[in-house]
Design a binder for this molecule. Structure first.
Ligand code: SAM
Length: 269
């Protein structure tokens, strides 16, 4: 597990309260994760949760897209979204209400590592490409495990270090740009889940990361440049810097140094 102590929850809240979060939504859509809808469908299939009903919690729910995905496409009865950024929770509330899902959703402002939700209350603990922003991943997996009913499922994807290790300089530049306080390897999460007594069923590289980074660069340079400039106050110098950092991420992705990991685990009965 790599850590970067200069970044904390307040920095992550700043990202998702301002232009940077809006830029991610511009290039990724409402589902701010690698691979969008197909990635969510893949995770849902591997977690074998479809149409079983029950309660889910989306840890780091952002604008609530994952919550709405679980209700519209996976047959959950109720989804609680936990996020630490008030603006994102407000957006989630508006969008869940617009989809007429206000009675099937609950939004909680909290650190995902200390949700305050009851023990063993969830049939599914869900996360999509967000836990990389959480400082203490061991505490996060512990909290997720606490929320699971016996036999229930934890399913998540995340940005993780790939089979080719980053150099110290690459890790520093990547985590600084992305505002990641820590970065797990594929095995780090597996080890954390096993430590909590979960039975791990899937640990996979989705192979979606590099092609999606290519797609985002193309969106920014070939279609959405004006929209991106609008979000950052028409600052062309900043746009160039962002473009350079995206190209750097592309190099890491092409070298298999950063990947999207997919995980499914079950709490023992
Ligand atoms: C990339 S977005 C999540 C995207 C979302 N899962 C999706 O698929 O659309 C990251 C979110 O994590 C939230 N976040 C980061 N660290 C957190 C923490 N420790 N506790 C709660 N929320 C956190 C941020 O506020 C932000 O809304």
């Amino acid at each position: 597990m790599r850590t970067r102590e200069q970044v904390g929850l307040a920095d992550v809240q700043d990202v998702y309260s301002g232009a940077e979060g809006d830029l991610w939504e511009l290039i990724m859509g409402q589902q701010i994760h690698i691979g969008g809808f197909p990635s969510s469908m893949d995770l849902c299939a591997k977690a074998a949760i479809a149409q079983k009903g029950g309660n889910a919690v989306d840890l780091c729910c952002c604008n609530g897209a994952g919550m709405r995905f679980l209700l519209h496409f996976c047959g959950l009865d109720h989804v609680t979204g936990v996020d630490a950024t008030p603006i994102m929770l407000e957006r989630a509330r508006e969008r869940c209400t617009a989809d007429n899902l206000q009675d099937k959703t609950t939004l909680v402002e909290a650190d995902a590592c200390a949700t305050g939700l009851p023990d063993a209350s969830m049939d599914l603990v869900w996360g999509e490409d967000a836990w990389v922003y959480v400082v203490d991943k061991a505490a996060l997996i512990r909290e997720g495990t606490r929320l699971l009913k016996p036999g229930a499922t934890m399913a998540f994807t995340d940005w993780v270090e790939g089979p080719e290790p980053l150099t110290a300089e690459e890790a520093e530049r990547f985590m600084r740009f992305m505002k990641f306080p820590s970065l797990a390897s594929l095995d780090d999460y597996k080890n954390l889940m096993e430590k909590e007594g979960l039975e791990v069923q899937h640990v996979e590289n989705t192979n979606r990361y590099a092609p999606c980074i290519d797609l985002y660069i193309r969106m920014l340079t070939e279609q959405l440049t004006f929209d991106a400039l609008h979000i950052i106050g028409y600052d062309q110098a900043l746009m160039q810097t962002l473009g350079a950092e995206m190209q750097f991420i592309k190099q890491l992705a092409d070298a298999n140094k950063i990947i999207q990991g997919l995980y499914v685990a079950q709490k023992k009965r």
